[in-house]
Design a binder for this molecule. Sequence first.
Ligand SMILES: CC(=O)SCCNC(=O)CCNC(=O)[C@H](O)C(C)(C)COP(=O)(O)OP(=O)(O)OC[C@H]1O[C@@H](n2cnc3c(N)ncnc32)[C@H](O)[C@@H]1OP(=O)(O)O
Ligand SMILES: CC(C)C(=O)C(=O)O
Ligand SMILES: [Mg+2]
Length: 521
Amino acid sequence: MKRLYIFDTTLRDGEQSLGITLNLKEKLEIAHQLVRLGVDVIELGFPASSPGDFESVQTIARELKGVTVCGLSRCVAKDIDRCAEALKDAESPRIHTGIAVSALHMEKKLQMRPDQVIEAAAAAVRHAKSYISDVEFFAEDAFRSDHDFLVQVLTRVIEAGATVVNVPDTVGYATPWEYGELIAYVKNNVPNIDRARLSIHCHNDLGMATANSLAGIKAGADQVEGTINGIGERAGNTSLEEVIMAIYTQKQRYDVQHRINTREIAPTSRLVSMITGVPVPAHKAIVGANAYMHASGIHQDGVLKEKQTYEIIDPEIIGVPRNRIVLSARSGRHALKHRLEELGYSSQTVDMEQVYQAFLRLADQKQEVYDEDLHMLMGAGGPEASRYRLKRISVVTNGHVSENDTGADDAIPGTTTGASAATATATATVTLEIDGAQTTDAAAGNGPVDAVFKAIDRITGKAIRLEDYNLRSVSRGAEALGNATVKIRTGDNPSVMGRGVSTDIIEASAKAYVDALSKLR
Ligand SMILES: CC(=O)SCCNC(=O)CCNC(=O)[C@H](O)C(C)(C)COP(=O)(O)OP(=O)(O)OC[C@H]1O[C@@H](n2cnc3c(N)ncnc32)[C@H](O)[C@@H]1OP(=O)(O)O
Ligand SMILES: CC(C)C(=O)C(=O)O
Ligand SMILES: [Mg+2]
């Protein structure tokens, strides 16, 4: 059976999604989960892009073991130098360099002749090889290129020492049969193709990234590239979980093996969604919340008689446990620990008593605590790691007062402010603890969330620019949890994202703002 290598680019192409900015800690958390998932290669970023990207590639590359780590670069010597430097201490490093090969990109974007592109490509691979033996070459916009020119480029870069050649459909323009034909064409016409692995990289602009990738695998690709949940530039990349499970359910059609642990698929999807703030649509294949739900009577009847009538995948295979225990405020530590372990969390790595107390606070507000609630509880970020702790919020909206003790044991009583402004519709009083000292201040805003953010700004004295704010419900029931994400920056510093979870949306928003504050440089 042929070995299929799985190349994950969630932290590079995935992070190119509009609105996603991840810090080192968040990238590290995702990278460790990708190792647990069993991918072969993790693309960590583009080290020449910024000092922050360099630092995260370098730090994660040093830390990860048992997986190939890779950095992206243009066919530009100084990019390759930075990439090699960032990967210097990695156990198994790879430089991924490349250049566009379609007439459109060469003429309009690169403003280079085809012969110059071939020389730049070969020179870049040689330069990368002077540092690291494992070099992957990407032929950007390969699908829209002249395929005989593509064959020439790939032949030259393999001569120059490329160990992997990547044939991307950069703009998601292909259909499955056309992409499959291209991969077969490359296999049959690049004379030295046996000296390199052939990789595929598809985008989802026409909704065909998974289908195209499967066609590429069928045509003989050795490596498939993609991201978790399909996140990525524009309409995204191939969803790795979809490719893996298509191969799983259709084993007889794909004679390939890989080392993915399918039971880590759902935990990885959730982690990526939670950290990036990009929700997984309920109807998303494989990992959507509704993917294993049966709503209509005929289906329910069929499933009760025989699951396979309407289920092509047993959800337990991808790490979605069948729910047996109902968790509520009456549940004890054993039940909580059992459920968390079923969901893939280790009770060894967290303070279970602290988690249980947080669980009880949540359970007091909800009839039933669902799995989604637990994921949020476990992933909501540790206030202990931050300089800032939100202690209390009190908001007056058109005369209506809402007060929130934010759950800290030593929260001080809230006060309702009389502050007002002619245009304001809300005033907020916030108590924040900074490095152990509590400060309270009030501000008016054109809504409760705006007022809370302004009050926090008054306390910190920082000139914060709010770049993005998002609020969504992440669990079920009338008291569903709200997951707020904010993106903020000060001056020219890089933007940071913060996340907050609560059954109260103002509190969730305030927590997200404070979480982001703690990440500011
Ligand atoms: C298909 C993909 O996903 S490719 C990966 C996309 N990722 C990124 O772009 C990472 C983030 N990018 C960056 O940080 C910056 O764009 C940098 C550091 C890469 C380059 O920044 P700058 O030097 O300011 O150049 P800028 O981005 O404005 O323009 C790109 C330049 O690279 C050239 N170029 C683009 N791709 C390549 C390539 N693969 N190889 C060689 N040159 C290239 C362009 O022709 C242009 O050259 P010009 O300045 O002579 O006109
Ligand atoms: C950098 C390359 C591999 C890419 O992301 C693309 O062509 O889509
Ligand atoms: Mg891409």
